[in-house]
Design a protein. Structure first.
Length: 395
């Protein structure tokens, strides 16, 4: 794919389309937590079973990540995104008619498959068409993903309060997919197909130790995101908060993620060495979890702020570090597909483990402590991400 100057009308239109597409990649999961109490009032779900609504789509995202580039090769990159948005929209709209746990889980898995197809091809598109501003555009793309989560977490409880139906609160986000589909279709001539070589690149990374390090790092970091997305609102509902206030708190956290997702990549773009900023982000996340454990009621906005700023920056920087390892955009896209394909199944276990801890011990505190340990491990891993050695690790 040829580079597109970001000052051109075509590039701006493509950027807008990327943002709209990104907004659709989390509402199917983010809307569940704030509405969980209402859902459990009609559908029998333990906390472990409810975790499947977040865990299984994340798992599906990982598995389908390896298929995304192949599908893009067969039907074209533009049509792949169109297909993905149709899948996400249909799965989300179907929740209007679901009345069983199995149906809810199935819709979540199908939406996860659609999400994965987009996430497999988008990094390669960004690196190829915005080669001079990869960090900024990746930040914009990832920020739009978190922005979609913020919208769903904040407004789904409002929809529930206005309509009295959690089904409408879950299904209304299909309209967002329809808007993105229209915008993406209009600029279809700006997206050229990926060549044959791009679809097979991720296979070469299975035997590469650095690729596995990046994948595990991404998975552990995303585990904090998926666990908070699934359980922060229910955690505060158990503390006596209403569903709407707990949902707004989650929405506030994801708003902080959006803010960090915009600012952090711009700061990181000044240097190829991202280790210092990664350590700062990890310290913020650790402090946020410690606050949730030790004093969740006091300073109740501070802890979500720290978590949101840390997680919001960690997500894009993890992908940017992967992209930085390789100059060729399609090869770098293959690496990010591998990183996400391995990382998302790791992250998907987090809500399930936390739900099991809650069922057995009666509290989420030990789940938060487990994530503190994970963050400490990630700090050690960061020390190995010296950009001077990128070339010798992955060629």
């Amino acid at each position: 794919m040829e580079n597109v100057q970001t000052t051109s009308t075509r590039a701006v239109w493509l950027m807008v389309s990327i943002v709209l597409v990104g907004l659709n990649l989390r509402p199917s999961m983010a809307a569940v937590g704030p509405l969980l109490s209402a859902i459990r009032g009609e559908v029998p779900l333990s906390f472990s079973s409810a975790s499947l609504l977040t865990m299984l789509p994340v798992m599906a995202m990982g598995v389908a990540m390896f298929l995304g580039m192949r599908i893009a090769l067969r039907i074209g990159e533009h049509r792949t995104v169109v297909l993905s948005l149709l899948i996400i929209g249909t799965a989300t709209a179907s929740r209007l008619y679901l009345d069983s746990a199995a149906g809810l889980v199935t819709s979540a898995v199908v939406a996860g498959l659609g999400i994965a197809l987009i996430q497999a091809v988008m990094p390669a598109l960004i690196k190829a068409r915005f080669a001079d501003s990869v960090s900024l555009l990746m930040g914009l793309y990832v920020t739009s993903i978190m922005g979609g989560a913020a919208l769903a977490a904040s407004f789904s409880p409002f929809v529930l309060a206005q309509t009295g139906s959690w089904r409408i609160g879950l299904a209304i986000w299909a309209l967002l997919a329809l808007v993105a589909l229209g915008c993406w279709w209009v600029q279809r001539w700006s997206v050229t197909p990926l060549p044959q070589a791009a679809s097979q690149r991720h296979q070469a990374f299975f035997g590469n130790a650095r690729a596995w390090l990046l994948a595990i790092f991404f998975g552990l970091g995303t585990a904090s995101y998926t666990c908070v997305l699934a359980w922060l609102a229910p955690y505060y509902v158990e503390k006596g908060w209403s569903e709407q206030h707990a949902g707004l708190l989650l929405g506030f956290l994801t708003t902080m993620e959006v803010l960090s997702g915009l600012i952090t990549p711009a700061i990181a773009n000044r240097s190829q060495d991202k280790r210092k900023i990664l350590i700062v982000l990890l310290v913020m996340i650790m402090a946020g979890f410690c606050g949730l454990i030790l004093n969740p009621e006091r300073l109740s906005l501070l802890w979500p702020s720290l978590l949101g700023l840390g997680i919001g920056g960690l997500f894009p920087i993890s992908l940017i570090v992967s992209l930085d390892h390789l100059d060729n955009p399609r090869r770098a896209g293959g690496l990010t597909a591998f990183v996400q394909g391995i990382g998302y199944p790791i992250a998907g276990l987090s809500p399930l483990i936390a739900g099991m801890i809650r069922d057995r011990l009666g509290s989420f505190e030990w789940a938060w402590w487990s994530l503190v340990v994970v963050i400490a491990l990630m700090m050690v891993m960061v020390l190995r991400l010296d950009p001077k050695h990128y070339a010798k690790h992955i060629r």
